[in-house]
Design a protein around this ligand. Structure first.
Ligand SMILES: N[C@@H](CCC(=O)N[C@@H](CS)C(=O)NCC(=O)O)C(=O)O
Length: 218
């Protein structure tokens, strides 16, 4: 049996859930797991991050590795094309979205979401780096109607969870959504959000966000 461990506000946790739901793979979820550097947690997830997957007692960390495992183990209802070059184009988009957009925007999260302070140096660095990521997204995304072409792929699982956070973090930091430069993003995310898998994960994320806000007020 597969168990996904993490929490429902985490974009990476939610990416794994979308892939499982899209593929129709049965799973259990423990949504009470928080990242930590405590030795007890690092013994389970060596980087101290979420999510991790448990498969019959074996743990896997790193969400993209988890998605690739799911492709190998459950090839029915694939989220990767068959042809090697087409597979590479999907993975290329995942890398642009995660390494050059999400991971850059992540440097702004503390200031944007958690009451921290983003230094001028980080603000400027992130703005420059995000511009490069957006240039790559513009060059590579197909929106036809999915981000890599005609079929839903792993790149859509990544886009569905990460692009909205990039929008939010940059709006709060710079007063503008850097993704507005790619006008196809909004209608594309709306289309993805109408898929039952994405709709469920988004609704669960909103509920978890509200619950966390209410708990913080107390
Ligand atoms: N590359 C990792 C990123 C996971 C990640 O950054 N998770 C966040 C929550 S959304 C986390 O655990 N952050 C705590 C930390 O970085 O220590 C993956 O794909 O699984």
């Amino acid at each position: 049996m597969i168990k996904v461990c993490g929490f429902r506000i985490s974009n990476y946790h939610n990416k794994v859930l979308i892939a499982l739901l899209e593929k129709g793979v049965p799973y259990e979820e423990d949504s009470t797991i928080k990242p930590s550097q405590k030795p007890e947690y690092v013994a389970l997830s060596p980087m101290g991050k979420v999510p991790y997957l448990e498969v019959d007692g074996t743990r896997i960390v790193e969400s993209e590795v988890i998605l690739e495992y799911l492709e190998d183990a459950y090839p029915q209802k694939p989220l990767l094309p068959k042809e090697p070059l087409a597979r590479a184009k999907v993975r290329e988009l995942v890398t642009i979205i995660e390494l050059h957009l999400e991971l850059v925007a992540r440097r702004l999260y503390d200031g944007a979401f958690f009451g921290g302070k983003t230094s001028d140096g980080t603000r400027q660095w992130a703005e420059k780096e995000l511009a490069k990521g957006i240039r790559a997204l513009k060059a590579l995304a197909r929106f036809d109607p999915f981000i890599a072409g005609k079929e839903m792929t792993l790149a859509d699982c990544a886009a569905a969870v990460h692009l909205p956070v990039v929008t939010l973090a940059t709006k709060l930091t710079y007063g503008r959504d850097v993704l507005e430069e790619v006008p196809q993003v909004k209608p594309y995310l709306k289309m993805l959000g109408e898929r039952p898998a994405v709709a469920k994960v988004n609704a669960d994320r909103r509920a978890a966000t509200e619950a966390a806000k209410a708990a913080a007020k107390k």
